[in-house]
Structure formats: C-alpha cells, structure tokens
Design a protein around this ligand. Structure first.
Ligand SMILES: Cc1cc2nc3c(=O)[nH]c(=O)nc-3n(C[C@H](O)[C@H](O)[C@H](O)COP(=O)(O)OP(=O)(O)OC[C@H]3O[C@@H](n4cnc5c(N)ncnc54)[C@H](O)[C@@H]3O)c2cc1C
Length: 514
C-alpha cells in the first residue's frame, strides 16, 4: 500500500498552496478532492451549455508572497493592475464611481473626504498586513518566538504614533454606518463603500464590533482591497496552483470525497493516521491536513466521540451560516446599464445603507429580502472564454440570503427570489430580461452541497472578533494544529480567514515544517 507523508482533504486554493510548500520541502503529498475539478470556490463550472462562471469571481488580496515563492507567473498566473471600478448604481443614473484613489459622481466635500478616508484605512491596514501570513500564538504560550509575535503586534500599532494608535483602536470596532457617516454625505457613496466591510458576513451597517476590521483585512493586500480579474481569468489562478502542485510532485485525485478520518487511540493520545474515501478506500499518511471547513472536519469526518466535550461544543457553536447567494445569467449579448458606457466594473445595487440593513433584517428572521441588495460583474468582458463568442455571463453576489430559510428552501422560494433579483437588476438594465437565455441561482444551501461547505459560508465560518486570530476556528485548534496529533487544518476557517488569499494554506505549511 502506498504511504504518504501528508494527505490533504480538499483542493481549494488553500489546500493547493499548502500542498506545494510541503512537496517543495520534500514531502510526498496526496490531495483528495470531492468534486470533478480542483480549485474549490475559485474554479469555474459550466452552469449552462457553453457558459461558465467562477463562484469566487474576482481577486483582491491574493498574497504576492505566495505568487512569488511558488513562481506562479511561470505557470500562467499574473496579478493585474486593471482594477474593477466600484459603481454604485443610481435609479436616476446619477451613479457613483469609486476608483482606487478617487471617487466621482458626488459633491466636492465627499471627493476630498474620500482621499482622507482611503489614506486612513490604508495606514491602518498596512499595520495589520504582516500578521495575516503568520500563526498567531496562544496567549498562554511562553516561548520566546510566540512572545515576540505579540510584541511585534503591539510595536507595529505603537509605531503609528499615539494619536493614530488611539484612532485605530476606535475605528476598527466601529459599526460601518458610523464610519461612513463620519466621512461622507452621499447615501449612495456610503452604501457602495460599506459593501466591502459587509460582503460574506452576517453583519449589516448598524452591526456593532468588527465590520471595519473585515474591511481592513481586505484592504491589506498589494491592491488595497480593489478587486481585479487576473490576466487569463480566474481559472488562471487555479490552473497555476494545480500545475505548481503537480510539478512539485503532489498527487491529486478528483471525484474522491473523504468520509472519515481514522483516529487511533494511543495510551494517552489520539492520532489521525488515515482517511476513508466514499469508495471505502483507506489511505494512510503520517499526517492528515483538512482543507475543508472546521465543522465538517471535526463533526462529520472525525466524529464527536473523539473530542473533548468542551471542544466539540465550541465547534458546534461556530457561526457558519452563509448569507451570500450566487446568481449566474447566461446572456445573448453584453448587458446595457442605463447611464453607463459599458458593463465593465463591479456594479452595486444598494441605494443607501438602510436598504442593506433592511435586507439583513429579513435574513435574521430566516427570510430573503423583497428588495435584495447585490453586486454584479460581467466576467466574460475580461475572460471571453466563459461564454460563446459575442455572448456574456453576468455573475452576482446577492446579500442577505439565509442558508437556513424558515421552513426550508422550496423550488418555488428559489424561483421567487430569482425573479426578485432579476427585477432589481432590470431597474438599472431595462433590456436585460430579453437577453437572458438561462438563470441559475445558488442559495448558500446550494453552495453547501455543490462545494461540501458547511452553511455555504464565504469564510468557512464567520470572520468576527470572537472567531479571529488565535481564536480561529477555536482556541484549541488555532495555529493549524488540533487536539488530535497528526491532524491539521488549513482552510479559510483558520486564521486569517477567507477570500482568495492563500494565507491559511501557507501558514499551515510553515507550522508543519517547523
Ligand atoms: C458566493 C461566494 C462568492 C465569493 N466570491 C469571492 C470573490 O469574488 N473573491 C474572493 O476572494 N473570495 C470570494 N469568496 C470567498 C472564497 O471563495 C473562499 O473564502 C475561498 O474559496 C476559501 O478557500 P479554501 O481553499 O479555504 O476552500 P474552498 O474554496 O471552499 O475549497 C474547499 C475544497 O474542499 C473540497 N471538499 C470539501 N469537503 C470535502 C471532502 N469531504 N472530501 C474531499 N474534498 C472535499 C471542496 O469540494 C472544495 O473543492 C466567495 C465566497 C462565496 C460563498
């Protein structure tokens, strides 16, 4: 029987990154993937004959360190400097245009305030940047290196100067709405800018505590939080990661769902020694790394009988209900939005922060909104191979759509919601209904089954203060190690969190190679 140093469960971008680092260090690595294709949420899938879409449809903070360490450009992945402008759509065509360093379509006061706002958030996010690609030690650890990490965190904040540090501490925990009200007048600009603090979370503009921190998290990459589609499309990232892994000697096996992690009971310790696939094949390795979400890992694959009661309670309590649905439209030609020359950019439908708040209010009680708020891109404008020649794909992230709808999701609910979303879009693109050849709506519940992802959650678990840093996913399973020897984690459910960044995969590999 073949024996591996490491088996990685799941081929999302984090699993692929982790695998490459380990294989380059000489390990024999096997990745097992449940789906037909590799890449997790970043991969494209055909949703209508001839039409493809990636669920994660744009990048904004994929790590430049990882691209350079793994030489991803030699495998066809290149960052792009062409950013997607954020466009807040206005029903009377008074759209707001948010570019990387300037804003248009608002009053002079907001134009000036935007410069100050960007400068402030850039300064703060720069301070946080080094900590995303580091393990955050346990508070109780007394070893020198761990103490140094805490010291560095404190020092980086302190080096901002007393006033900036105080301001940082005040700002990062503000509700988004308060920060927007402090800086801006235009309701549409406020809603457009608050979008990136909220997307993928169960937070709305008035939610207290940490949505600004989530915004800073997104802003801390080389692109300052601005989205782009890499040259060659999103698939160029997945393809490069797969090529890099296989060139480094990693074996990949698709259509293989892991159904169990085998735990051996030693005298005083538990140890993960093998996995069992859905074809009842048992494969053993020195270590198992789970690149799937923490709830699935511990509750389904390990089983609570192997877990301390307090730990399994913590895992069960993790907030991992997703609230983002995906709508993909196959279009006969390029959609036309009133008042815009083209459909390029990231188009946001949320006229003010109350509209976002009200949509969340419905979702809190297990309903979808009658007036959904959403962001759209037309990825085929950047990657023509996603659609037949001359035709287009529109891909939208719709907030807030509950994974667990009251009384469950029926086909009628889904077509009702789909119609509501398309009606919303048609307010701004009046001819769109006549262009739709096919519409696919994936609620978080559908994302859960398509991607084997508990709750269909963007970050594999809420990115909130109590589920961040050395508490992500839980205190006992942070630092990528778990209470079970030989079992590690490396997905978005670990520090620093989700979005296509690769940091969790990288950090886990470094922890294992220590
Ligand atoms: C609707 C939506 C839109 C998003 N859009 C963006 C975006 O535009 N930009 C961005 O940066 N981020 C986006 N995100 C977030 C981003 O996609 C995720 O945070 C990221 O994909 C997590 O990566 P990962 O490698 O940790 O896991 P995943 O991408 O979830 O990959 C996990 C892999 O493990 C496999 N797997 C699961 N269980 C098993 C099992 N038992 N056995 C074998 N294989 C298994 C899955 O099939 C999957 O391939 C979006 C998320 C959602 C839900």
């Amino acid at each position: 029987m073949k024996k591996y140093n490491t088996i990685i469960i799941g081929s999302g971008h984090n699993g692929l990154v982790c695998a490459s680092y380990l294989a380059k260090a000489g390990q024999k690595v096997l990745i097992l993937e449940a789906s037909e294709n590799y890449g997790g949420l970043a991969r494209s899938r055909t949703f209508f004959p001839g039409y493809k879409a990636n669920t994660a449809s744009a990048l904004n903070h994929f790590s430049e360190k990882i691209s350079s360490d793994l030489n991803l450009s030699s495998f066809g992945f290149n960052h792009s400097n062409t950013y997607l402008d954020n466009i807040g759509l206005h029903i009377d065509q008074n759209h707001v245009l948010v570019k990387k360093d300037e804003v248009q379509g608002v009053g002079e006061k907001d134009i000036q305030s935007y410069k100050n706002y960007v400068a402030l958030l850039k300064k703060f996010s720069e301070r946080l940047k080094p900590f995303w690609t580091k393990s955050i030690p346990r508070l109780s650890n007394e070893n020198f290196k761990d103490m140094m990490t805490f010291l560095q965190i404190g020092l980086r904040l302190r080096m901002m100067g007393k006033e900036d540090m105080r301001e940082f501490l005040r700002v990062f925990s503000l509700p988004t709405r308060d920060l927007m009200d402090e800086f801006f007048e235009s309701p549409l600009l406020k809603a457009t800018l608050s979008w990136d603090a909220l997307i993928g979370s169960s937070q709305a503009p008035r939610s207290p505590n940490n949505s600004i921190l989530t915004m800073l998290y997104r802003m801390s990459g080389m692109h300052n939080g601005h989205f782009y589609i890499p040259e060659g499309g999103m698939d160029s990232l997945v393809n490069a990661l797969v090529k890099c892994a296989t060139t480094s000697g990693v074996e990949l096996q698709s259509n293989t769902k892991v159904k169990q992690i085998i735990i051996d009971k030693g005298e005083d310790k538990l140890r993960a020694s093998a996995i069992v696939t859905d074809k009842d094949e048992q494969i053993s390795a020195d270590r198992i790394i789970s690149a799937v979400d923490p709830k699935q890992t511990f509750i389904s694959l390990v089983g609570t009988k192997y877990l301390e009661i307090e730990f399994s309670n913590r895992i069960n309590r993790l907030r991992s209900h997703g609230y983002v649905a995906k709508l993909n439209l196959a279009l006969s030609d390029e959609p036309s939005f009133s008042g815009l020359k083209s459909a390029h950019g990231r188009l946001i439908i949320a006229s003010d922060m109350d509209k976002i708040e009200f949509a969340w209010d419905d979702a809190k009680y297990g309903q979808f909104s009658q007036e959904p708020v959403l962001e759209m891109i037309v990825p085929s404008l950047y990657s023509p191979s996603l659609a037949p020649e001359g035709k287009h794909v529109l891909s939208a992230n719709v907030m807030y759509v509950p994974c667990h709808k009251e009384n469950g999701w029926s086909e009628t609910d889904k077509s009702d919601l789909k119609e509501k979303i398309i009606n919303q879009i048609a307010l701004y693109a009046p001819s769109i209904k006549g262009q739709i050849l096919h519409a696919e709506l994936m609620t978080p519940k559908d994302l859960e089954s398509e991607y084997n992802l508990t709750g269909g959650h963007w970050h594999h678990g809420e990115l909130a203060l109590d589920q961040m840093l050395m508490m992500r996913p839980t205190y006992e399973a942070a630092q990528y190690r778990t209470p079970i020897d030989g079992l590690f984690l490396c997905s978005a459910g670990c520090h620093p969190g989700g979005g296509l960044m690769g940091a969790a995969g990288f950090n886990a590999s470094q922890e294992i190679l220590k």
